[in-house]
Design a protein around this ligand. Structure first.
Ligand code: MN
Length: 739
């Protein structure tokens, strides 16, 4: 091991320097006595972490100081939160107890620290109950939103300083971050933090792509800056002439969002037009801000032609997370679309610091979208039956979705997620209205329940006392509230039917002279391949299992051997892991261990040698190898972290792996022939399938081929790109996504 020489005196000075920087960041919110409180918290944290160091070798106290600094500077939180941020790891990692905290800092601080300590176990590697724990984490959110805000600051600092962590830890933290923390930051309106979290995750899960885009952005930086200054020059002048005080600048978009666009539209980096957005931040007074924003809009669109489809007015109807801004896309001087965002200083602070700033500016007690959202989370959590994983999925969907605004017949405004249906609207009005909904009138025209609402629709719900929730409703509703209510009502319905079924079964078994006891009920459940006795009763009541079926059971009874369910137990996982791990390393080597261990390559992402991969232990299908950038990877890693195995390729020569290419070009007789010649003759690669679409002279094809590794694939892509008529060749993940 390397000897570490530490200059303790220098470290002490550095700690004090960082502490003083923190105090400067807190200054805007400091009130009498606050400084003393912060000092007390700092002293306690310093003392209790004094023997601890981070993975990087630095003193541990750097971490709580940094978290407090983020909370103050980037989220705009006040003294109580600063104190809690400084102490956030104390109860968990040191001898200090919650009682000590309460004695020294009072009940409020102790409650928040308690919340923070509870969530720290949420993503425990050995926990198979991560979804359930996440639910608990949200319970603390309902209790005090500051818990989540400090947790976000904590996560952000950990992500910023992750380079010293082992690779598997990096992957796991990154996955959780994009899966949960970034959406949470988004929902709480912390856009800057959300983007940084996404970029940092991508830096670790998709190292090469991240670096590629970063380099590309750097290459064109000077050119871009020149363009921006040419573009904003005239805007600045006219704003000034018209007496508007404004800050105008260009802001680069995040690497993660650029990558998303490339994937979504299947285009190369060069074709992404919005690498940056122009921001106009106006200095305005409360009663003029809306007019000033529209004045600026009119100036911009007098200079540059706007795209009428790309105007977004979040000033008249702010987003549920409080975001207010005016977005427009205009044609720049070089025939390039440019996004322009117009807002005031106040709106900008809310856009950047989200929740905290929102409260600062909230004058009246009228419900803000954010309050409504927190209330919705509370309601959702109150539903005790909800399956934790379902809940997580529903919740996440609500985190991400954009909103539409719908009017009631009396003109009240209801916010719903994008793609919400008439039925979602009904459930939003009231549970009973949803449950008895048979149709709706949208803008006075009759529509079915699954009608997708458009922004600005006026909706009237038609109900009937005969109506009850139906199973297929779940196929089209999108709000978590509607889903939860439909599920619980179906469950209740099923329970009632099953109760009848239980009596019927008892009678039938009597006829067959079979004792009605739980042992036999389980045997029957297993025999009919059902998951629970309730299902059995239900099927009996519905006539799906009748006396004839029961006779068959009796006849076969003696030959049945009841096996436990195929369920992977914790100790089995451990055994499996021990077996996988090679003697001198804890990595699954793909290729070498091929014979010894049952594993398969996942067909959702078709990994090939050279890809960054990991193994996932499945219940009945051995170990599946996925790419770390597989669309399913984050979900697997954050929900089933304990089933992840590190994996690495060993030298592969003779093996061929299936991968897909998407090819676009100008349709030309013989293009397919040229393609297949390159693939089969020049590269001697086997083609599994080709599908081609050709539309108005544009050629679009998907080809599945067998390659040896990523180098082999890169060479092929390069060569195909030189074929005349072809405009792009990209790899895609799976067959399902090819169309
Ligand atoms: Mn921490």
């Amino acid at each position: 091991m390397k000897e570490l020489v530490i200059d303790l005196e220098a470290e002490k000075n550095e700690i004090l320097k960082r502490y003083r920087a923190l105090l400067r960041a807190c200054k805007p919110t400091l009130q009498k006595g606050d400084k003393r409180m912060i000092r007390k918290a700092f002293d306690m944290a310093l003392e209790s972490h004094k023997d601890m160091r981070r993975k990087s070798g630095e003193p541990y106290i750097y971490h709580p100081i940094a978290v407090a600094q983020i909370a103050a500077e980037e989220i705009g939180l006040g003294t109580t939160s600063i104190v809690c941020a400084l102490l956030h790891d104390v109860v968990e990692d040191t001898d200090v107890s919650l009682d000590d905290i309460e004695r020294e800092f009072g009940k409020k601080v102790a409650r928040i620290i308690d919340g923070l300590t509870k969530i720290s176990g949420v993503f425990d590697t050995n926990s198979s109950l991560q979804a359930e724990n996440f639910r608990k984490m949200l319970l603390t959110l309902a209790d005090d939103v500051r818990v989540i805000l400090i947790k976000l600051a904590d996560r952000l600092h950990n992500m910023r300083t992750m380079e010293f962590m082992p690779r598997d830890k990096q992957l796991k933290l990154s996955s959780e971050t994009v899966y949960l923390y970034a959406p949470l930051a988004h929902r709480l309106g912390l856009y800057a933090i959300k983007s940084e979290l996404e970029d940092l995750s991508m830096k670790y899960t998709e190292r090469e792509t991240y670096q590629f885009i970063k380099n590309k952005l750097n290459e064109k930086k000077a050119e871009r800056e020149r363009f921006i200054s040419d573009f904003i020059g005239p805007i600045k002048n006219i704003l000034k002439e018209q007496g508007l005080d404004a800050d105008v600048f260009g802001r680069p978009k995040s690497i993660h969002s650029i990558w998303n666009k490339m994937k979504k539209k299947a285009i190369p980096f060069e074709e992404v037009y919005d690498l940056f957005a122009i921001r106009i931040i106006l200095d305005s007074t409360p009663d003029h801000e809306k007019a000033d924003c529209w004045k600026a809009y009119s100036i911009v669109t007098d200079l540059y032609r706007p795209n009428p489809d790309r105007l977004r007015d979040w000033i008249s109807s702010p987003k549920a997370n409080g975001y207010e801004s005016l977005h427009t896309t205009v044609m720049g001087p070089r025939g390039q679309w440019v996004e322009v965002q117009i807002r005031t200083k106040r709106m900008n602070e809310i856009a950047e610091k989200g929740f905290a700033a929102h409260w600062k500016y909230k004058e009246s007690s009228t419900d803000s979208g954010l309050d409504q959202w927190v209330q919705k989370v509370r309601d959702m959590l109150k539903n005790p039956d909800a399956n934790a994983l379902d809940f997580l999925d529903d919740f996440k969907m609500n985190l991400f979705s954009d909103e539409i605004f719908i009017f009631t017949p009396k003109g009240a405004l209801i916010q719903l997620p994008l793609d919400a249906t008439a039925l979602d609207f009904a459930f939003e009005i009231h549970t009973d209205v949803g449950a008895s909904c048979i149709g709706a009138k949208v803008n006075h025209k009759l529509v079915p329940l699954n009608y997708k609402l458009q922004n600005g629709d006026q909706v009237e719900i038609i109900t009937s006392s005969k109506q009850t929730p139906k199973e297929d409703w779940l196929n089209f509703v999108v709000t978590a509230k509607a889903k939860a209510k439909i599920k619980s009502s179906l469950k209740e319905e099923k329970r009632k039917v099953a109760e009848d079924g239980k009596e019927i079964l008892e009678r039938k078994l009597k006829t067959l002279k079979i004792t009605y006891n739980s042992d036999n009920i389980y045997k029957l459940t297993y025999y009919f391949k059902l998951t629970s006795p309730q299902d059995l009763f239900y099927n009996v009541a519905k006539g799906l299992i009748d006396i004839k079926d029961l006779r068959e059971f009796v006849a076969s009874e003696k030959t049945i051997e009841i096996k436990p369910q195929d369920k992977i137990e914790a100790d089995q996982v451990q055994n499996l892991l021990r077996n996988i791990k090679a003697k001198d390393s804890d990595i699954l080597l793909i290729g070498e261990d091929m014979q010894k261990i049952d594993y398969k390559l996942a067909n959702c992402c078709n990994p090939i040698p050279g890809d960054d991969v990991f193994g996932f232990i499945t219940v009945s299908d051995g170990i599946k190898i996925h790419r770390t950038n597989c669309p399913n990877a984050t979900k697997l890693m954050s929900n089933y972290g304990y089933r992840i195995v590190k994996a690495r390729w060993t030298n592969q020569q003779e093996l061929a792996f299936l991968t897909g290419l998407r090819i676009t070009g100008i349709d030309d007789v013989g293009l397919i022939n040229k393609l297949t010649t390159v693939i089969s003759n020049d590269f001697k690669i086997n083609i599994r399938s080709i599908t081609v679409d050709s539309d108005n002279g544009i050629f679009e094809g998907s080809i599945m081929v067998y390659v040896n590794d990523t180098n082999h694939l890169d060479d092929l892509i390069k060569k195909l790109n030189t074929v005349k008529g072809i405009t792009s060749v990209t790899r895609f993940d799976s067959l399902e996504k090819a169309s």
